[in-house]
Design a protein around this ligand. Sequence first.
Ligand SMILES: Cc1cc2nc3c(=O)[nH]c(=O)nc-3n(C[C@H](O)[C@H](O)[C@H](O)COP(=O)(O)OP(=O)(O)OC[C@H]3O[C@@H](n4cnc5c(N)ncnc54)[C@H](O)[C@@H]3O)c2cc1C
Length: 298
Amino acid sequence: MFNEIVAWSLPFVPKAIVRIVAQRYIAGETLQDAIATVGNLNRNRASATVDVLGEFVESRQQAEHETRSGLAVLDAIAHNNLHAGLSVKLTSLGLGIDEDFCYRNLRSLTERARDHKRFIRIDMENSPYTTATLQQYRRLRDDGFDNVGVVIQAYMRRSEDDIRALAELGASVRLCKGIYDESPEIAFKERDEIRDNFMRLLRLLFELDMFAGIATHDKVLLDGARQLIEETKRPADRYEFQMLLGVCENLRSEIIAQGFKMRVYVPFGSDWYGYSLRRLRENPQMAGHVLRAFFTGK
Ligand SMILES: Cc1cc2nc3c(=O)[nH]c(=O)nc-3n(C[C@H](O)[C@H](O)[C@H](O)COP(=O)(O)OP(=O)(O)OC[C@H]3O[C@@H](n4cnc5c(N)ncnc54)[C@H](O)[C@@H]3O)c2cc1C
């Protein structure tokens, strides 16, 4: 209850306080910060996917700026020989402005990634963009790119159909619960329903022999996934676990120590506020952290 009150009032909490509590989720503001974080992860046997923070851009200039930032990330990853790719939100590339314009930006990133033998993961945003996001992915595949994958959200009722449609492309899918606030008409809302659908969809990805990025920190799902991997003798190059920077790091180390592949999502940039609010709202200890930062500045 207390957590809910703090979650509701977060937008009124001074940005300086949010920043203190949220810094664990962000590599920093600069590309150098992101590169240093990825280097550390690689040394600890985790690969990474780097995200330049920013979404829902409103101008073409802003979207072009985001595209240039993504290109710089890909160059830096290759230059530093890092085991990492790029995650992109299509609203940051202009999906909300003009689909062809967005596609040109996305295509230039995918081309650069292909030149560097790196992978682009298209994040999934809120439901007004689901169909358009999947269409952009399909367009890339039609244009011959295979260094690109999508995200499916287990809370969306449409997700099983989306996976079946993606199967013909042999798509690489990151499966996560989903983070946006969707209506019950289109999304499961109860924790157990979402978990059940996550496991159903993971089983389906395995049955259809699609690559699965298992993106969760939920112990119930992690246990279920490990059991399914064992049961189905899933080859190690057909799945990986994925977690967010700063979340459940002990659990992450445990999974790596068990010999599983792990990829960490590494966001960085000056536009950290929206992403941080979403992360804080998911943290069960968030209220305590926010209060501590209020009183101690740490
Ligand atoms: C690699 C990756 C990529 C993602 N990409 C997308 C995407 O493209 N689109 C999208 O909609 N969503 C994305 N998500 C977010 C996802 O949908 C969930 O909102 C998020 O992962 C929390 O769900 P969970 O499965 O970890 O379960 P939860 O039940 O939320 O969390 C399980 C446990 O993890 C811990 N935990 C979770 N979050 C936090 C936190 N912030 N701080 C501290 N502890 C925490 C808690 O102990 C909690 O009990 C991504 C998640 C990951 C891991």
